[in-house]
Design a protein around this ligand. Structure first.
Ligand code: HEM
Length: 424
């Protein structure tokens, strides 16, 4: 099925659209900004693609709930086959961060903020810089290397392990865990694959039980200890709540930042003009980061459940429907961002993108993500004379999934600076 300009043949789950969704979203913003998916689902499902509609949704937390219901999104109340895997293992899944509504969501958020606020992240910066230096030292000079594996995966993983207090020796499992979560939740994957992925989630829950236990007995200065010993209104968190918080933080803490790092490198390796400008104007790195986050928003979408009959953008939404806030499309909305596909370091409203969401659920990890990106990019500019792709640009593919903008691989070649080139 073709994609891009034709509403009648548009299929939001086709590999064509998913590997390059920009034109499809542009068509929807123009022709059907609140678009009902023509697919069977227990409840009607809509996509909101225009920035102003998405913002209206995010603001109205009394009408649009963050707690998902079973539709094409497999998280929340589960299909029986998935629920069975959790039940057999003795786990009840509850929602906490991201998937509850105020005021309760704010209480969970406060616990996470203890370790992710601006002050904590500034204090952590030297540690982040050390991780970046170590990963960069291992990148070979003038040889092709897959940047995703060599850098974009390990940096956020190491950082989130450090913050949570999970040993880095467990990072390979935690990466597998969060990759498998995509297979569970993302509607492009068939049910049998989602069931298989659920088994990994259950294994992860067992792992979290052990580590929560350990830090409950012997609390340390880390986020798992804070979760294990936290209470809300004088009540300790239930083990289900604690597991849910560990789950969300492990996934959110690495998947999205990985994608942002990969996209930043992809842009720099294909835009020598930007590389040269950033070399001479380091103060523009934060602007570059915001533009990469806008054009290549790592978290494409999260769902909202409609709590009462309402309308958005002139389209009636019945109570019980699901509407996806397409954050990534909002960042490409030409109404707010002229020439939206262009990374423009001088754009006036760079920080008004919605790639970290907005309102009460605005990303609690945004200080950490920006700190990792800033450290990485400034050190690439310091240590590398040049970066280039090691394959033709059209061989670089994004994973064909609905919710995450993830580069599968990114073969690059760097030229390291020598002492002469540094002096020059
Ligand atoms: C570039 C990296 C990141 C992007 C693009 C991103 C994107 C987002 C978005 C779009 C939301 C809003 C979801 C909604 O309203 O439904 C969100 C919320 C959230 N993010 Fe991030 N995120 C990133 C990094 C991180 C990191 C590093 C962490 C944790 C260490 C994290 C933890 C969370 C949590 C816990 C929430 C839910 C907050 C709440 O409900 O109050 N994120 N993120």
């Amino acid at each position: 099925m073709t994609q891009g300009n034709d509403l009648a043949s548009f299929n939001p789950f086709s590999p064509d659209h998913l590997s390059a969704p920009g034109p499809g979203w542009a068509m929807l913003r123009q022709e059907a900004p609140v678009y009902q998916l023509p697919i069977p689902s227990p409840a009607p499902v809509f996509l909101a693609t225009r920035k102003r509609d998405i913002e209206a949704i995010a603001r109205s937390t009394d009408i649009f709930s963050n707690t998902p219901i079973p539709t094409v999104w497999r998280w929340g109340e589960f299909e029986p086959a998935i629920a069975e895997v959790f039940a057999e293992a003795g786990y009840k899944v509850v929602q906490t961060l991201q998937a509850t509504d105020p005021p309760v969501s704010l209480a969970y958020r406060q616990i996470a903020e203890q370790a992710l606020n601006r002050r904590k992240i500034i204090a952590l910066q030297p540690e982040i810089d050390r991780i970046v230096d170590r990963l960069m030292a291992a990148i070979p000079d003038r040889e092709a290397v897959n940047f995703v594996d060599a850098f974009a995966v390990p940096l956020p993983l190491e950082a989130i392990c450090l913050i949570l207090g999970m040993p880095y020796a467990d990072a390979a499992f935690l990466k597998f865990y969060s990759d498998e979560f995509t297979h569970l939740v993302d509607p492009v994957h068939p049910l049998p694959r989602a069931i298989e992925a659920t088994r990994t989630i259950v294994k992860g829950y067992r792992y979290f039980v052990d580590i929560l236990d350990r830090y409950r007995r012997d609390p340390q200065d880390n986020l798992v200890s804070a979760i294990a010993t936290a209470s809300i209104n004088g009540q300790p968190l239930s083990i289900e709540e604690q597991l849910s918080m560990c789950h969300v933080l492990v996934i959110a803490g690495n998947e999205t930042t990985r994608n942002a790092l990969s996209s930043a490198m992809f842009v720099l390796a294909t835009r020598p003009d930007l590389w040269a400008r950033l070399q001479s104007e380091r103060a523009k790195i934060p602007d570059f980061i915001e533009e990469v986050l806008r054009v290549h928003a790592p978290a494409i979408t999260t769902p909202r459940t409609v709590l009462q009959d309402t309308e958005i953008g002139g389209i009636a939404l019945p109570r019980g429907a699901t509407i996806f806030a397409m954050w990534a499309s909002g960042g490409q909305d030409e109404e707010s961002f002229p020439e939206p596909q262009t990374i423009d370091l001088d754009r006036k409203n760079k920080r008004s993108h919605i790639s970290f969401g907005m309102g009460v659920h605005h990303c609690v990890g945004s200080f950490l993500a920006r700190a990792e990106l800033q450290s990485a990019i400034s050190r690439w500019l310091d240590d590398f004379e040049a970066v280039e792709l090691a394959v033709p640009p059209d061989a670089v593919r994004y994973d064909p999934v609905f919710a995450f903008h993830a580069l599968s691989d990114l073969p690059i070649r760097i030229t390291r600076r020598t002492s002469q080139s540094r002096a020059a």
